[in-house]
Design a protein. Sequence first.
Length: 500
Amino acid sequence: MRSKLFGVLLLIEMAALLLTAAVAFHYQRVAGETDARCFLLTAALTGAVGLLLYNIGRSVKKRPLQIRDSFLVVALSWVLFSVFGMLPFLMYGTVDNVTDAFFETMSGFSTTGATILDNIDQQPHGILFWRSIMQWMGGLGVVVFTLAFIPSVAKGSKKVSLFAAEAPGLSVEKLAPTMGATSRLLWIIYIALTLLCAIAYVVGPMNRFDAICHAFTTIATGGFSTHQASIGYFQSNYIECVCIVFMLLSGINFAMYHFLFNGRFDIIKRNEELRWYLLAILFFTLLFIMRFFFAPRFDLMTDEQLASHPQTWWERIRTSLFHVVALLSNTGFQGSNYDYDLWGRLFLIPTVVMMIVGGCAGSTSGGIKMVRVIVLFRYMKKTVYEMLHSSSVYNVKVSGQTVDELALKRVLSFFSLFIILFMGNVVALSAMGMSMEDGAISFLTCFSNYGPGSGITGPSGNFDAISNGAKWLLSFDMLVGRLEIFTILLLFTRSFWRTE
């Protein structure tokens, strides 16, 4: 069963590679580009391995996937996708080594948006399209796609375990009687948002190619752009406003759109995570506007730093809102005023906080998710209350529903593991030549699937300057962050591999 599912997943990647080859052939005809052959060869190799695994899976005795199989399939499928997905970068010469190719590809599929490229504008359209469609496929997840449109592959298996392993959160919410139908609903919402976003972009000063690519990466909250200057390349208020709207929408639990379409406004109104997410956007936007206004008065700033600040009130509002929404949705796009490293130290701490928190569970955003922050604060309140009133029982509730003890333990375990990973990565990255500050923020941005870091990996730089060892470690962090720790770390426990 596992081999069969791996085979189907690789055949899906082959289809994406063939679509990219078609785009590359079009631009070979109109612009003389030469990357189409790379995608055809990669598609042929991916398809051959996919068919081999599929046939192996069909020939062996069928056994439904168990819970441990679900975690293994999801984790290895992302690695497999990255291994085959990096081949076009190597074949065309976009990068000249496996480390950089794997880093760029894992950043794509995990929707992180961190890049080692400093010549994006010189890349052919096929390579640019592949970078975008990688992020779109990774936004909701390829396993969820398989459950949605090829449910027979996992027939008889625990599909809820597969779904939860790739789209983890506090709980798995069924929007339909089956997980397959739930997956289909989510993908229909995802595709509809992508189409609306592309149409909105193309109305402005974007050509059709840029509009499609940016729609892919906006709704996936990935942040890869077809230009080195990201969204700032277009120097358009309209494009930045469209980007803000769809980044914000992509950071909301997709189930809310299902309830909106069905007129279940009571559920939307009751949802605390959505309320916290919107209030956080409002709070941090106002904070940044005020800091742009007061920072030159209270912080000793150079002429270069002052020049990097937006000058008018409209620019301050737009820049602050763009920056906040890009961070809380973990998209990582950069607008006209993009270099937060130059803004001054007052801006870095709230930037890192938003980077860590991220958007809502059930969205395509990264980070630790707003709902976990709510649960953590409520649990702290519960602890204080029970210390003062030892005979009373205080339940942690979110959106009117009690969070059970198992969910509370998972949230606390998540934060504990996050802190351990953070400390371990800072030490390891420092040993690999990065400063402690750059290493800390680089881990946070990769784990949160945001993209740009700070210093040498900041918005005006990229990850090409760090060592190969650091790139492999941060690639692992992207995968751990995308699958939210437990799916990956379970594979490193002895009990996982122990046969019963």
